[in-house]
Write a protein that binds this ligand. Sequence first.
Ligand code: TRP
Length: 461
Amino acid sequence: MDNPSSQNCAPDESRGSWGSSVGFILAAAGSAVGLGNIWGFPMQVGKGGGAIFVLLYLVCVFVICFPILIAELAIGRAAARDPIGAFQCLKPRTPWWVVGALGVVAGVGILSFYSVIAGWTLAYVWYAATGAAGTDPGAFFGGFVADGSKNVWLSFAVLVITAGIIIGGVKEGIEKASKVMMPALFLILILLGLRALTLPGAVQGLAYYLKPDFSKAANIAVLNAALGQAFFSLSLGMGAMMTYGSYLSKKTMVIKSAAWVAGLDTMVALLAGFLIFPAGFSLAGFNPAEGGPGLIFAVLPGLFATMPGGALFGAAFFVLLTIAALTSAISLLEVPTAVLVDRGFCRRKSVMTLTLFVTILAVPSALSQGASPALSKLPLFGMDFLTLMATVWNNWALPIGGLLIAVFAGWVWGADNVVAELKAEGNPFPFARAWSFLIKYVCPAAILFIILMTARGMFAG
Ligand code: TRP
């Protein structure tokens, strides 16, 4: 065994663990199911030309991301450490810990814009319930996001709620909250989906969503967006799943749990499309490609304003989004928290310090939707700061992180060691050979190809 588990990976009981498999699945699904599914996925489908994007996305999820999800959970569980410590423990005295460190940076970067959008959803629970958006929701949204201090306060509020849950610990905080929030999320989603399918735009919306238009043949930018979206949606590529895996017991059936997490995440994304497109196409002049970050905020309240019971359905929709965002923000903040806790800092103080730090980092994103003209259209990039953040982290950092994790699992730590870890305590690992093949060859090659082609496309103009 070249796995130096004895002294480097000594299990530390005080760092916390999940209470049950179901609790872990709900927490990990809570991480995965987020704004990425309900806000991001329909927006990307709109930008990527409809059903063709859906198709590419599904391929990325199952062929590239699912094997990496398994690898992250295995690395985390084997080491029982935060992402930096996990690489140090499995391959001591090598630079691989840098992958963990980059992941921590990416997590903080993602949270800095994620909390801003989560702040919008929080405010919109109130706006939808009171009908504040009125009959011109686009103008209302424009005015709302241009209010800089309001947006900073809202993202701070989101981070404080997130921190409050994380301070409670892994089992008593994260797991307990997920067990309440996730069932509520599924219930609201299904009720709203049924309502959306009876809207007048349902047929047109579904056609757009489900019938691929091959004349708009997929280009590399769409493929890159699909890959980035798959990584983002499954919370992969930066050690969030590694961290959640580090709280698993050896008894857990990791493969089965991973299948649940990926399945639930994909289902929610697809369901969100069934919700948003029929709803969008019920409105005159709806163009899914023009939505941008405001797609659901600037469009859907117009529908809620006119339909019977709209205040109720609208509020429920934004409650759904807020829950989804919170359980994901939890996992983003838990990564740097684990790093500090595993280095002996007190959980409470670590969380509070990180919360203030991320709030400061969130300010430029919060001001980038109109409050600050310079941040709202960065001269060099031709986009606003928030969109730039989302693009840098999702389309670049996460796939590159995923590539390195795949190489580490497949070649450095070794696919056989991963399989042995997951088969601990006699647990089954069906298709272990197929997994090994995917993680060693298919994942690295496919990700590398997409990244290089995207870079080439960008620099070629
Ligand atoms: N998966 C979440 C979503 O879809 C976002 C998220 C949470 C995330 N944790 C992550 C993304 C870690 C990347 C990495 O909204």
